[in-house]
Unconditional design. Structure first.
Length: 131
């Protein structure tokens, strides 16, 4: 016969709470730390046309006040190089370029974040979404 032990429900409850906590920790880690290790991001991989003059406009020191002239030119050139021969690039590719520049300490974390926000805004306005 099957008997219910006094602590069985408590054990099931603790097990489910532990499972929930582990899942939450995994999601937080995934969202915050996986990009640091170069793993895939949630950014769109679909390439959209982006002209060099638009890159310069988005990256300009007027938009990103903390960029100096050298950093501005570096970001512009790296994103321009990352575009395909057809002049298209995805948000994921832009994010990878900015992550690489940040990891080499060529731009600051705040510049990387601000630049990504500006590119996302541009893609949203120009193409209706960030995909």
């Amino acid at each position: 016969m099957y008997t219910i032990h006094p602590g069985k429900h408590r054990d099931e409850f603790l097990f489910s709470v532990c499972g929930f906590v582990i899942v939450r920790i995994a999601l937080i880690f995934n969202h915050n730390f996986m990009p640091l290790f170069g793993f895939t991001s949630s950014m769109s991989r679909y390439q959209k046309p982006l002209k060099t003059k638009e890159i310069k406009k988005i990256v300009s020191r007027v938009s990103i006040l903390t960029l100096d002239r050298k950093e501005e030119e570096l970001v512009e050139n790296e994103i321009d190089k990352a575009r395909g021969s057809d002049g298209k690039i995805s948000l994921r590719q832009i994010e990878e370029v900015l992550r690489r520049l940040f990891s080499k300490k060529q731009i600051s974390r705040s510049d990387k974040k601000k630049l990504m926000e500006h590119f996302e805004d541009y893609f949203n306005k120009k193409f209706g979404d960030s995909t």
